[in-house]
Ligand binder design. Structure first.
Ligand code: DOR
Length: 440
């Protein structure tokens, strides 16, 4: 299902610059971008005067919990939370229950998504020691964006912690591998030493800088040896930024940062939000946050992923360390980045780069892009005049909480367009869910 649409008179923001222009989408694909376009009579129009028109956000790291934990989120609610935040494509992680560890499991997720998801979507294949040799075959399943490796234990039981099996994974297939990089032996040792009753402010010390650096060092050694392309998810330390820079492995290594690591800071976030600010790898102190912000500004990071990781209020209320790690966020990435523009440390163009173009550079989807002619007509129209505090009702995750409720906004996504169809407008869905698989 695709649409025809003329988005009239907005400020089109692309990674390369911004200009007053119309966007004409014909049969779902961008047909032209330019001033005062003449289009076939009868083409539906959306008035974007006074608004910013961004490429649809591509969130390449979300956890939507289906199958197995639909009480936290499901593909329908997760994609609703996404489209409400200007997200038009999501790439979903394999730590569901059961885990997504073969081609059939990907096809099963695609079946469940059909007619229920409001965004386009693709799914990661989880690597294990058992399936390592077949990853190269299953990574070609349609709708599979790539492979995901957990080097450190997090939510779920996916784990490949040792160099021998990691190397087998890196030698199986060719698609880029997304990596959660924390050293599992060190994690196990440090959780053993943690005293019962320790406060959640200990979280970034249990999963410390050395845990991240040790793992990333081992990974980069393996990347150098095997020549396999990897994508380092949610980098959380200044030291890893330095390490990746020093090793200078070019396109073999792409990188992601999450809004949580850019907009929360320890210990304040733990004092304010308790275990609701707990995620893996942890939000750390200001030295790291400042280094990550600077690295983003400098162009070190390829993209921003939300790591939307919903757990219910009741689950999060358990005492640390029994509280699950993860923060919902698929709907707040774009609004938070707009506050960074207001505060003067990011440009609108950088926002377009990190929310849309970056993920395309990493995962190379066939028809997605940044409003280039011939690509999918996915976009989001932002009203820069919305400056109120974020209310919970504007977020649509099943879990019903976010550490960002109350944040003073600097713009809000009012209309989200998916392949030429208005899919979300002024806080409400439009039409039936029409998301389709993203192909690579
Ligand atoms: O905090 C996290 N939560 N980090 C992960 O790696 C997994 C995620 C989840 O699925 O809950």
């Amino acid at each position: 299902m695709t649409g025809n649409l003329l988005v009239r008179g907005g400020t089109v923001v692309l990674p390369t610059g911004r200009r007053e222009a119309d966007v004409w989408i014909d049969k779902g694909r961008v047909a032209a971008v330019g001033p005062k376009l003449a289009v076939p009579p009868g083409t539906p129009e959306l008035d974007a005067r006074g608004r910013w028109v961004f490429p649809g956000v591509i969130d390449s790291q979300v956890h939507f919990r289906e199958p197995g934990n639909e009480h936290k989120e499901d593909l329908a609610t997760g994609s609703t939370a996404a489209i409400a935040g200007g997200v038009t494509s999501v790439f979903e992680m394999p730590n569901t229950s059961p885990s997504t560890t073969d081609g059939d499991a990907i096809l099963e997720k695609l079946r469940r998504a059909a007619g229920r998801m409001r965004t386009d979507h693709a799914f990661f294949l989880g690597a294990t020691a058992e399936n390592a040799d077949q990853l190269g075959e299953w990574e070609h399943t349609p709708g599979c964006c790539g492979i995901k490796v957990f080097m450190g234990s997090s939510t779920g039981d996916l784990l490949v912690w040792d160099d021998e099996n990691l190397e087998r994974v890196l030698c199986s297939g060719t698609k880029r591998i997304a990596v959660h990089s924390e050293d599992d032996p060190r994690l196990k040792e440090r959780y053993r030493q943690l005293v019962e009753g320790a406060p959640v402010t200990e979280h970034p010390h249990v999963r410390d800088v050395e845990t991240a650096v040790r793992s990333t060092t081992r990974l980069l050694d393996l990347v150098e040896r095997t020549g396999r392309r990897v994508h380092l998810l949610h980098i959380s330390t200044a030291e890893e930024v330095e390490l990746v820079r020093e090793r200078d492995l070019g396109d073999l290594v792409t990188t992601e940062v999450t809004p949580n690591h850019l907009f929360l800071v320890a210990p304040d976030c733990y004092l304010q939000h308790g275990t609701y600010a707990q995620m893996n790898p942890p939000v750390r102190d200001q030295r790291h946050r400042d280094a990550l912000r600077q690295a983003l500004v400098d162009g070190f990071f390829t993209c921003i992923g939300s790591d939307h990781a919903p757990h219910t209020l009741e689950e999060k209320a358990k005492p640390f360390p029994h509280s699950p790690s993860g923060i919902p966020g698929v709907g707040t990435t774009l609004p938070l980045l707009l506050t960074a523009v207001r505060d003067g440390w990011l440009t609108l163009e950088q926002v377009a780069e990190f929310t849309a173009n970056g993920a395309c550079r990493v995962w190379e989807p066939r028809t997605k892009g940044c409003l280039e002619v011939g690509r999918d007509g996915d976009l989001v129209v932002v009203d820069p005049e919305v400056t109120q505090e974020l209310p919970l009702e504007w977020l649509h995750s099943k879990v019903g909480w976010s550490p960002y409720v109350g944040t003073r906004l600097a713009g809000w996504p009012m209309t989200t367009v998916l392949r030429g169809r208005i899919a979300w407008h002024e806080h409400a869905p439009v039409g039936d869910p029409a998301g389709v698989p993203v192909l690579f």
